[in-house]
Design a protein around this ligand. Sequence first.
Ligand code: B12
Ligand code: SF4
Length: 512
Amino acid sequence: MPFIGLGRRLKYSIANGALVSVAALVPPEHEVVIIDENVEPIDFKRLRRFDVIGVTGMIAQAERMCEILRQLRELPAMVVAGGPFVSVSDERFEALCDARFIGEAEDTWPVFLDALATGKPIKARYEQAEKTDMKRVPVPRFDLLKRGRYSTAPVQFSRGCPFLCEFCDIITIFGRRPRVKQPEQVLAELDAVIAQGFKNCFLVDDNFIGNKVEARRLLRRIIEWQELHGFPLTFLTEASINLANDLELIDLMSQANFRNVFIGVETPREASLTETRKHQNVHGDSLLAKLGRIRAGGLRISAGFIVGFDNDDQGIFEEQFEFIQSSGIADLSISLLTPIPTTPLYERLRAEDRLDFSDPELIYIPKQMTRQQLKTGFRELLNRVYDVEAYFDRVLGAATGASDRRQSIARSTPKMRRPGFSQRLLFSAVWGARAVMLAYVMAADGQLSRHLRVCRYVVRRNAALGPDGFEFGEMVNLWITYWHFASVTRQLGGTLFGNVPELLRAREIMQS
Ligand code: B12
Ligand code: SF4
């Protein structure tokens, strides 16, 4: 998602991991070019000179993938498709490309390229017999990413997750036994990442702590690496909430300069968590207590929430709103429950005859609400959560104890270079300029006076927090982040929001 901060498209935040990983599997005698529509338009004429064109994407990009594949069919190249969405619905791409790649491609992609180069027959469908041995995965081709277009590099440590969440396709694509790279491999990737000028790194594992022993082993090596290089990288990742039960792991993450962790909180309603087999969120103490421990360890939390479980009735929207406000989580995504093919949820709804593709926004029949009630409640919840006052209420509400957390981070990373006075002055000037730009964008959108009113209230509340309050730069950053998320929410409010690709729907209609 491009960062909609200051009215124009800033750098796309995270480079996609598949692009650089699949490129690294191509033998060196071939030339590889990465084209990422998130940062540049596709020049179809230029594509005429290529022999093979591969397309990747996830469910939210499925429509666009199909449009692109249709246009590519007009070119002389061999056209192939792979990635998360193809992996769960490959037959839907049958007519759109010459070959589909299901799941991981470390074995199949080189076999395909070799067949092509040596004139052997090509198959229409490739699927690995065995899961990839992560110890053999080469360093991704970060050097092929357009420099300066991304803020964050993708590095993958593990694949697979031990949990059982009913809606999740990670376990159907990658399996439940987490497979990991060796620390040396990851460190080599970090070297390659900083060589390309990156300062931020997303460990793009779906659950970084799927194997806690290995995660600890890696973190210790990352800490040494950071100290050796003067802490050149900040990290963010995704993890299951049982991270809260392992204070040592949280501390190691903090020492390794992990700043943010995305957690699938999903819902405060226990019956819904149990229904969806997200038992790790129910076990032990409350969700709020767990989130509090992770935050106290120095990690900022972003989170995902879902509405539309069978145990969700119309009261869920208020319950989610109250929970979200008391959680203090600033950056969050809320989704409608989406049955992805291959998942146990998809199969269950099919068995219950509740898949219904007549509504492109919601492809199943909810249990305790009409579809319209669920969609309206979802939209209203999004708008409430991203109302500017609600946003700052929860951010400031969670700030208590922030100075202790800052001190604990400073203790965890004693060898990290802290900015001197002149550097701090420069940062303030930069943030000041950004604040002015943001005000300009808000004025153009007719929202400046409302934000200025809220700003006065926020500044007063922030001052009352004393040492726990946010510094000027942090506050501007929060406001820009708010603007980004609120803009995205506004876009979602008026258009399709259910992550349900038309292609999926059309196919199912044809089948029924
Ligand atoms: C980082 C990430 C993001 C980033 C995106 C960054 C980016 N620029 O793409 C952010 C945070 C923005 C994001 C957002 C979303 N994401 Co996301 N995301 C991921 C995550 C964690 C890592 C992706 C990655 O880099 N993987 C590493 C690469 C190496 O793995 P891979 O893509 O599977 O590639 C391998 C094979 O698939 C294959 N392959 C892949 N492509 C191709 C192409 C060819 C030609 C070939 C031969 C092979 C091949 O080879 C690779 C090596 O084996 C994945 C989960 C995961 N672990 O992969 C989810 C995931 C892709 N996201 C998912 C979802 C649902 C979303 C959202 C819709 C969530 C939401 N409700 O809002 C949004 C959509 C955003 C949008 N509008 O585009 C789902 C997709 C489900 C599906 N089956 O399509 C996943 C799988 C997670 C999940 N199960 O929930 N996401
Ligand atoms: S914890 Fe996350 S990755 Fe693991 S099964 Fe549940 S949703 Fe999927």
